[in-house]
Design a protein around this ligand. Structure first.
Ligand SMILES: Cc1cc2nc3c(=O)[nH]c(=O)nc-3n(C[C@H](O)[C@H](O)[C@H](O)COP(=O)(O)O)c2cc1C
Length: 200
């Protein structure tokens, strides 16, 4: 059975919610799916003061387990147009996998979140991709067969690069149905492609 890891960082829960939607989609495609987080780096008192969502049930992933999966779907909020330091710090510990080629040929895919509509959700995904390419991942996005990314009837995340959500300046906006559908579609799409690659 195809094994998919949804690996995320989320300070306030938006990406956490999108992660479970991506996982649902991958399960729909028949994959065995695990949702895990990368470790927090912000001191506990800073996180408490900023009202981080600290009750996240997903276990913390280890670097060692990454080669066990056929696909990894990464979820990260934007930090000044790029992935979070928490996610990058985790990826910066994959040197042994880079050296051995343990992740070469696996499927990698990214979804994101930003406070504002044009606050960097696309740049966060696109600047994530070089890391995946260095590690040898085959990148999968959110194709236009997810028709939800078309249309101007509402403000929404989602692009051919990957699913995304808009949290609002104060974090009060939650992922909309169409954004969660995008994450679900991406999860399913990744699992289907990973299954095809694994069959070869
Ligand atoms: C240090 C910092 C930098 C941020 N940079 C951006 C940014 O460049 N553009 C933007 O729209 N939102 C920015 N945000 C807002 C976060 O992206 C937003 O809170 C996040 O997407 C919510 O996802 P989460 O609930 O999963 O943490 C920033 C937040 C922090 C704390």
């Amino acid at each position: 059975m195809t094994k998919v890891l949804v690996l995320y960082y989320s300070a306030w829960g938006h990406i956490e919610q999108m992660a479970y939607a991506a996982a649902e989609g991958a399960r729909e495609a028949g994959a065995e799916v695990v949702v895990k987080r990368v470790p927090e780096l912000v001191p506990a008192e800073v996180a408490a003061k900023a009202h981080y969502k600290t009750d996240q049930k997903a276990p913390i992933a280890t670097i060692e387990e990454l080669p066990e999966y056929d696909a990894i779907i990464f979820g990260t909020p934007t930090r000044y147009g790029n992935m979070t330091a928490q996610m990058k710090n985790f990826l910066d510990q994959t040197g042994a996998h880079w050296a051995s080629g343990a992740l070469v040929g696996k499927v990698g895919s990214v979804f994101s979140s930003s406070a504002t509509q044009h606050g960097g959700q696309e740049s966060t995904i696109l600047t994530f991709h070089p890391v995946l390419l260095h590690l040898g991942f085959v990148i999968v996005g959110l194709p236009y067969s997810f028709q939800g990314q078309m249309g101007l009837e509402e403000v929404k995340g989602g692009s051919p690069y990957g699913a995304s959500t808009i949290a609002g300046g104060d974090g009060s906006r939650h992922p909309s149905q169409i954004e969660l559908d995008g994450a679900r579609f991406q999860g399913k799409h990744v699992a289907q492609i990973a299954a095809k690659l694994a069959a070869k």
